[in-house]
Design a protein around this ligand. Structure first.
Ligand SMILES: Cc1cc2nc3c(=O)[nH]c(=O)nc-3n(C[C@H](O)[C@H](O)[C@H](O)COP(=O)(O)OP(=O)(O)OC[C@H]3O[C@@H](n4cnc5c(N)ncnc54)[C@H](O)[C@@H]3O)c2cc1C
Length: 459
């Protein structure tokens, strides 16, 4: 779509750069970490502050253009074609208050920055498996990480945020000032506006006993069945998951893992007694033959070593589901569909333990999906041209094989590829869904925010 003629008017209103379709620099501005999605917006705004975001949203609404937002591009659902894309990566403010044990971050901040700042005070935040991910996007979708069973979802820790809504207004939202918006944005992802900054509670964790073990593919069944029995016995201080990884022959990987299929146990114990953390994981060390691994002390700034997610941009397709239980039969079905012996183009098929604080409503309830499940499953593959048709079929097929043990809904951050607003709505429990749709209709009746995991304003 050709940009409206008065894009220069927008340029005068914002401090950051504005790129119209066809401008040199637009592709670099909207580059997504997930390179399978290449955004082609009508206009991209490199926002530097909340006022820039408000100006961009007002301008977009005046020109009847939808608004998309991107911090890092770790979680795009589809090309934000024809949108005004607000790029927040210049918004890098971070304030840690060690007395109140809170942090306030602007919309472009990645977890690695706040983890480092908080660690200076013996505190940390509820980051997911990779600290390269944006704080705001992760948190608005719930946000589940290795400390989650002890401290809950990242969204549960939010105490306030600033948001630009579809009317172009910048609102300061807390449980007292705007309770319904405070409820819905925490879990409702980007449906209600562009969050310009977010304040959340930090937790008193300096280090964990953690890391991962890579087992040989031939021992997959033994390791997965051992995990199924062992993981539910863990206290809330333990976050753990297991994944079948089909690793590419990349030089960045340690030699024994290059091009190999392995089973990866991930483990993090955040309790007070390191010896207990070592003792709890000991049974899993004997579950199979270990190719490589480290389990030991990790500072909170080193916790990417638990999952060892890829750092470099990659083309990804992913999809998740929830499980109510993980029985012997579930593990057999998982192995039959995605185990090392089958030929599937998946880089990862993982099962994470939920429960603990993740299953409890926070002090001020929020709209986070996935609270009632016992396990989360995520499949991920490379969305390269030769796999664009087959990969989604295979991925959805693996999840379909686990359907007999499914729990309703899905964590929004793990929804991945969705067919449309109905599939997003189905991620939430019915009462939450109805309330979110009511809020969407009230706050964004025209569907200005219709990218990402968007709900339909009409329900
Ligand atoms: C390697 C990797 C590991 C991950 N691990 C985990 C994990 O352990 N746990 C977990 O819960 N999730 C995890 N995720 C999912 C991740 O949390 C989501 O994809 C998240 O949305 C990424 O946010 P982002 O800002 O980095 O990405 P972006 O692609 O920039 O944003 C994704 C979406 O977030 C929303 N969003 C971003 N910024 C704003 C804003 N300022 N205002 C309103 N909405 C906004 C929008 O809907 C946007 O489309 C992982 C993803 C990757 C790629």
């Amino acid at each position: 779509m050709a940009p409206p003629a008065d894009v220069d008017d927008l340029r005068r209103r914002v401090h950051g750069p504005v790129y119209a379709a066809g401008d040199e620099g637009l592709a670099a501005e909207v580059f997504a970490w997930n390179v399978a999605v290449q955004h082609t917006p009508t206009v991209a705004v490199g926002a530097t502050c909340a006022a820039d975001v408000a100006a961009a949203v007002s301008w977009a609404v005046a020109h009847r253009l939808p608004v998309a937002v991107q911090a890092t591009g770790h979680g795009p659902v589809r090309n934000a074609a024809g949108s005004v894309l607000v790029s927040t990566r210049r918004m890098q403010g971070v304030i840690v208050d060690p007395v109140r044990r809170t942090a306030r971050v602007e919309a472009g901040v990645k977890w690695e920055k706040i983890l480092a700042a908080a660690a200076e005070h013996g505190l940390t935040g509820l980051c997911g498996s990779s600290s390269d991910v944006g704080v705001v996007g992760h948190t608005l979708g719930g946000g589940m990480g290795s400390l989650g069973r002890k401290y809950g979802f990242a969204a549960d820790a939010v105490v306030a945020f600033d948001i630009v809504t579809a009317d172009g207004a910048l609102r300061s939202v807390s449980a007292d000032s705007e309770p319904e918006l405070f409820w819905g944005v925490r879990g409702g992802k980007g449906n209600f506006g562009v969050v310009t900054s977010i304040e959340f509670a930090l937790v008193p964790v300096r280090s964990v006993i953690g890391g991962g073990l890579f087992f040989v593919a031939e021992d997959a069944a033994a390791v997965l069945h051992a995990f199924r029995e062992w993981a539910p016995t863990m206290p809330e201080e333990v976050g753990t998951s297991i994944a079948v990884l089909r690793l590419p022959p990349m030089e960045q990987l340690p030699e024994p893992l290059r091009g190999q299929t392995v089973v990866h146990l991930r483990y993090a114990y955040c309790g007070d007694d390191p010896a207990e953390g070592e003792r709890l994981v000991a049974p899993m060390k004997d579950a199979g033959r270990v190719v490589l691994g480290y389990l030991g002390p990790l500072r909170t700034t080193e916790m990417d070593a638990v999952h060892m997610d890829p750092q470099d941009p990659m083309p990804g397709w992913e999809k998740g589901m929830l499980l109510a239980e993980l029985t012997e039969e579930t593990v057999e079905a998982f192995l039959a569909a995605a185990g090392p012996q089958v030929q599937v183009p998946l880089v990862m098929a993982e099962i994470r333990l939920l429960g603990g604080a993740l299953a409890r409503e926070p002090h001020v309830p929020d709209a986070v999906a996935g609270r009632d499940a016992a396990w989360s499953v995520l499949v991920l593959g490379p969305m390269v041209p030769e796999l664009t048709e087959v990969l989604p079929q295979v991925g959805r097929g693996v999840l379909a094989a686990l359907e007999p043990w499914a729990a309703p809904g899905c964590m929004v951050n793990f929804l991945g590829d969705v067919s449309g607003p109905d599939e997003v709505a189905a991620a939430y429990p019915p009462a939450v869904r109805e309330r979110l749709l009511g809020l969407k209709a009230a706050v964004d009746p025209g569907g200005v925010f219709s990218f990402g995991h968007a709900l339909s304003p009409r329900g």
